[in-house]
Design a protein around this ligand. Structure first.
Ligand code: GLC
Length: 553
């Protein structure tokens, strides 16, 4: 069992977590000042979105120096201090490497775009303008953020370069051995500094088709923009790089590699582990980001995901991140919104697999439509007035307290604070045992203390359309077996670790459901902790969460 198998990750979007110098943008010193909160919450690892030098055209996902800290966030000393302070509290730190593209202001690209014979030219992907005739882009690949051709003109050479996000994010050529070596050096530099691993941005996108074939049509607008992304990403050559990454990480020991795969393609994500299990440790399971609300919906999705993983691979789940509307917002339903947030939290924190939390979800931060003038995200600006594409609403400042800057900043925040920060904030919820924050803490404590929840097997109980129930029992499977049921031949653990039943009512009304007599409530939204279920207990209240310990009676 590796540390990341039973760790709970917490994603920090550094611009928005805590500002320490009053410029309205979060920074590394700010994160450091909140480490006690994070340790107290009960998470194990932090994934920090990019804080490297960047012109911020895509808010740090356009990097101009991979081994550096952007002055907006502090400096390398701040990072070292943050890392040491996190480690002192037992928190791991994973950084976000954006290696599919650089910023167009990266010195590599500046050099590359000057002339075709520049030594760095082949570090990027180019196509020459036709010698005569109309200047049509070489194929149909598209820029997902600018909604036009992915080929952008560079008159100096004269060629197009490839970018599938903004024009300021030229894609690098992973087929070039020198570029590869430079990128491996980036991993090594951060590993030398002591980071515990990487989240690898657009990891399945590194390689493009050698023949530059056009993508076939696909009748799906979001997120594929009417193309099956067969040739502009997701190419098999990437596995060689993943194996190299793994060798590098293994040579340090105890480091984790987590891929961002393209979209929600389960088999693509599963392939990131490698046929021999010698590639990445995890690839995000993004399915919950778009599942409709409902017990059957989540059960089917989790089941499909467990089924898709190769032997030896370990599952993971995430409900919210910096690219999608927060789940509290997606699943909102008037006065039921908070009750739904508890059901979602209980699901995420009790399933078999590594959970990824997104900052603020523990207090139920939502999203709201921002006025045009407040928008910062290039995708949001491009797609305005359509909502649902732009990512600013899920990136608003962390709500620490009821003050004007929500305790996030003393200055003017780079994105407006949600108006509900006056009532929905950490300070208000911390002292309240009935708050969502207290509920998260309770679940995180249970997860940490009960082996069956951390690493045990999972068996779904029944197929009720509204009630999602499953049993977590001490693991008999080989660690890392993503399979749903118990299996394998390992002997049962010597100590009788408790078995846990999780029963979640996704419906807004009472539902009949057989409850185990004698079950002891470990956490719940209706019944008090420690209470024992009697013979007459046969139903669940609206949105009731029950996490039970089987006492064996
Ligand atoms: C990933 C990131 C996203 C970013 C994009 C381009 O999808 O999660 O935030 O804009 O890559 O780097």
């Amino acid at each position: 069992m590796d540390w990341w198998n039973d760790a709970v990750f917490y994603q920090i979007y550094p611009r928005s977590f805590q500002d320490s110098d009053g410029d309205g943008v979060g920074d590394l010193a700010g994160i450091e000042s909140r480490l006690d909160y994070l340790a107290g919450l009960g998470v194990d690892a932090l994934w920090i979105s990019p804080f490297f030098k960047s012109p911020m055209k895509d808010f740090g996902y356009d990097v101009s120096d991979y081994v550096s800290v952007d002055p907006l966030f502090g400096d390398m000393e701040d990072f070292k201090r943050l890392l040491a302070a996190a480690h002192r509290r037992g928190l791991k730190v994973v950084v976000d490497l954006v290696l599919n593209h650089t910023s167009d202001e990266h010195p590599w690209f500046r050099e590359a775009r000057e002339a075709r014979d520049s030594p760095k030219h082949d570090w990027y992907i180019w196509k020459p303008f036709p010698e005569r005739g109309p200047r049509r882009p070489p194929n149909n690949w598209i820029s997902l953020f600018e909604l036009r051709s992915a080929w952008y003109e560079n008159p100096a050479t004269p060629e197009w370069y490839l970018r599938t996000f903004t024009r300021n994010q030229p894609e690098v050529n992973w087929r070039n051995p020198e570029l590869r070596r430079a990128m491996y050096g980036v991993l090594e530099a951060w590993l030398d500094l002591g980071v515990d691993g990487f989240r690898l941005d657009v990891a399945t996108g590194y390689f493009k088709d050698e023949l530059f074939r056009s993508n076939p049509f696909k009748a799906r607008l979001v997120p594929d923009l009417l193309q099956e992304h067969l040739y502009d990403r997701n190419r098999p050559e990437v596995h060689g790089v993943f194996r190299d990454f793994r060798r590098i990480a293994d040579s340090y020991g105890g480091r984790v590699l987590i891929a961002e795969p393209h979209g929600q393609d389960r088999s693509l994500a599963a392939s990131c582990h490698g046929e021999a299990g010698d590639e990445l440790h995890m690839a995000f399971n993004f399915e919950f980001l778009t599942r409709p609300w409902g017990a059957a919906s989540f059960r089917d999705s989790a089941r499909r995901w467990y089924g898709a993983l190769p032997p030896g691979a370990w599952p993971n789940f995430t409900l919210s991140n910096h690219d999608q509307p927060r789940h509290v917002h997606r699943y909102r339903k008037g006065a039921d919104t908070e009750a739904r947030a508890r059901v979602a939290a209980a699901l995420l924190l009790t399933l078999r697999g590594t959970p990824f939390l997104y900052y603020g979800e523990e207090i139920g931060m939502g999203c709201r439509r921002l006025p045009r003038k407040a928008l910062r995200d290039p995708l949001g600006i491009r797609t305005w007035p359509f909502s649902g594409f732009g990512r600013d609403p899920e990136r608003t400042p962390m709500q620490w307290d009821a003050s004007e800057g929500a305790g996030f900043t003393t200055g003017t925040p780079w994105l407006p604070v949600n108006p509900d920060a006056r009532v929905r904030n950490v300070a208000a919820q911390e002292g309240d045992p009935g708050s969502l924050l207290s509920f998260y803490k309770r679940l995180l404590t249970l997860r940490r203390n009960i082996p069956a929840l951390r690493s045990g097997d999972l068996e779904f109980l029944g197929e009720d359309p509204d009630v999602l129930a499953f049993r977590r029992s001490p693991s008999r499977t080989a660690v890392g077996d993503g399979a749903e049921r118990a299996g394998g031949t390992d002997p049962a653990p010597a100590r009788a670790d408790p078995e846990v039943l999780v029963i979640l009512n996704f419906a807004g009304g009472r539902r009949a459901f057989p409850l185990p007599e004698g079950g002891r409530v470990l956490a719940g939204t209706r019944r008090p902790e420690g209470s024992i279920l009697g013979a007459g207990d046969a139903g669940l209240e609206a949105y009731e969460v029950l996490v039970l310990e089987r006492t064996g009676t």
